[in-house]
Design a binder for this molecule. Sequence first.
Ligand SMILES: Nc1ncnc2c1ncn2[C@@H]1O[C@H](COP(=O)(O)OP(=O)(O)O)[C@@H](O)[C@H]1O
Ligand SMILES: [Mg+2]
Length: 295
Amino acid sequence: MDCCFMCGTDMKQKVEGEGGNKVKVFSYSEMRKATHGFSGANKIGEGGFSSVFRGRLKDGTIVAIKVLSADSRQGFREFINELAAISDIVHENLITLVGCCAEGSHRILVYNYLENNSLACTLLGSGRSNIRFNWKARVKIAVGVARGLAYLHEEIRPPIIHRDIKASNILLDKDLTPKISDFGLARLLPPNATHVSTRVAGTIGYLAPEYAVRGQVTKKSDIYSFGVLLLEIVSGRCNHNARLPQGDQFLLERGFYFFHRIQINYSRNREEFMHSKPGLMLISIRHGHTMSKEN
Ligand SMILES: Nc1ncnc2c1ncn2[C@@H]1O[C@H](COP(=O)(O)OP(=O)(O)O)[C@@H](O)[C@H]1O
Ligand SMILES: [Mg+2]
């Protein structure tokens, strides 16, 4: 069965993984055509271990084509098994895997294309986006990411721990619905990728201490990263900014500082606090949460 992908024709078919799920497999030539030869004009992003291109498949579908670095040398079977495990996951807040390409040493993932790029580019980027992130949009994004993560942790058997929740892995569709990307890929990471070690597959700034120090991965380490992301969504700034004065550089430290101030103010005068800016923010978060549960 595997030989169909090695012969270089435009054959496309579904290949079954270990658990019985099927993955659509594209030929390398199809990937090349879809991206106009992986042209610079089609490149939409670059990560620690991949380059991402916008592509158009033969049937007209616009997709994101993620070319894994040459170091991601997994065998064909291993690669398909890894992807088969996530190929049938469908959730409003999770990116959909369209298929893959595993020809020769090429390892490519094909995803739904998301029109509004990632939170890292739009909300935290350097002003290239003209999206207005009002409070309603931020609540929608925060709640959506929480739902997607809860689905990975609680609804899928065995559960999927993401390991790399961060702003560039939160993609936005045209309605600003957030979709978590790059879940279930931990074993596709090359051991020498810049931001990873053999045990830790996360990104500095989002790593829970026990994950960073001992490589201990649990659902809680994802929740820690989600907490950092939440601070970024609320504040609109990146978790670390070296251009700011010392003391302001780390968002988490600033978060703790304000948290302690809020606690003090709250215990001093509850009524006054609830009409202050941080108080109103807390009410909004609580309101957003209640609304999301009702809908
Ligand atoms: N499905 C997609 N739709 C649109 N843009 C995408 C998609 N996947 C990735 N990107 C863009 O490509 C960039 C690089 O992605 P990736 O290789 O996963 O690295 P990282 O997550 O470390 O940024 C992302 O930050 C995002 O801007
Ligand atoms: Mg990513």
